[in-house]
Design a protein around this ligand. Structure first.
Ligand code: CU
Length: 326
């Protein structure tokens, strides 16, 4: 009886990179997007008008060759086998299948894949709320920079139902297969546990112009309170280490608060201890902090307290607590 040697499938995988961009900088905030101060929330009447005309796609800023290319590339068909970025990628293993489109158009299609580990499918959605301060009771979306036209991206994080092992008399490697429809500005596949994986996929998608409908008036609130010594999580901090938190170290007296304010567009955390240690997060942990969010922690005891960011463990800081002066 024919047994399949385990591992043969895995070894035989040719890494045929079909225009693959392994986007290791994904959650590292490598994007240089700058939202400025123009993040007003309005529905975009200009685009609506443009759509209504049903005319040719806008080609502003494109030369003739690019315009032609753009016009002939409205249907995307891709397939290939990709590997996730590898051990240096940080806490997540992410492959950028379709980079988020700068022009704001959306892909509408389906990806079918089989992977060596359970992966999430992340359609990349433009998040139009840039500089607004939102009431926390509405909740936070997971966002990071790099969306179309200077916006943020709020990725949908879809976990397909992979079911159990395939029923077969022949021993086969466990695989994780699914077919997922999507409408989004881009598409990534990832393992958020940091497990490296291989994926073979095919996708087809058509590119459409979208109509913008941002309206979050009811969720816009006041700035959150800083009721302790302020430490800023500085702009671009994902790429910094001991200058990511400012000031660092921060010195307070026993019994006082420190309030961290995320002045960056990337999400961050303020997590006690050192990355990868048993005690990490035991003393305090802000959890996910979106842009503009604050986290306040009181320190009762003297000492030096290390902390770091769980999303970007390169970001580290120290709180120095001195004896109460009185
Ligand atoms: Cu961070």
């Amino acid at each position: 009886m024919g047994t399949l040697k385990p591992g043969i499938l895995a070894v035989a995988v040719a890494i045929a990179l079909v225009g693959s961009i392994i986007y290791s900088g994904y959650f590292l905030g490598a994007s240089a997007s700058n939202l400025g101060n123009s993040g007003k929330v309005t529905s975009n009447a200009t685009d609506a008008t443009d759509l209504a005309s049903d005319g040719p796609e806008r080609t502003t800023g494109l030369n003739a060759a690019e315009a032609l290319d753009n016009a002939t590339r409205r249907l995307v068909v891709q397939q290939g086998t990709l590997s996730s970025p590898g051990p240096d990628a940080g806490p997540f293993q992410i492959i950028d299948i379709l980079p988020a489109r700068e022009d704001g158009r959306v892909y509408q299609g389906t990806i079918t894949f089989t992977a060596t580990k359970p992966v999430i499918v992340a359609p990349l959605l433009r998040y139009g709320v840039a500089e607004e301060l939102l009431k926390s009771e509405f909740g936070d979306l997971f966002v990071f920079p790099g969306g179309p036209q200077g916006s943020l991206i709020a990725p949908a994080l879809i976990t397909p139902n992979y079911g159990g092992d395939v029923n077969s008399d022949i021993p086969m490697p466990r695989t994780y297969s699914a077919s997922v429809p999507f409408t989004a500005n881009g598409l990534s596949i990832g393992n958020l546990e940091g497990e490296q994986f291989l994926i073979t996929y095919s996708l087809h998608a058509t590119i459409f112009r979208s109509q913008l409908t941002d309206d979050v008036q009811s969720a816009v609130g006041q700035p959150e309170e800083v009721n302790g010594t302020k430490v800023s999580i500085v702009n671009g901090s994902a790429l910094l280490d001991d200058t990511a938190y400012d000031p660092n170290p921060v010195t307070i007296e026993a019994g006082q608060n420190v309030t961290w304010v995320n002045d960056d567009l990337d999400p961050h955390t303020v997590t006690s201890g050192a990355f990868g240690t048993e005690e990490a997060g035991e003393q305090f942990n802000s959890g996910y902090m979106g842009p503009h969010r604050t986290f306040t922690q009181m320190f009762e005891e003297e000492g030096e307290f290390e902390y770091y960011c769980e999303i970007h463990p390169n970001m580290v800081g120290t709180v120095v607590v001195e004896a109460d002066a009185q």
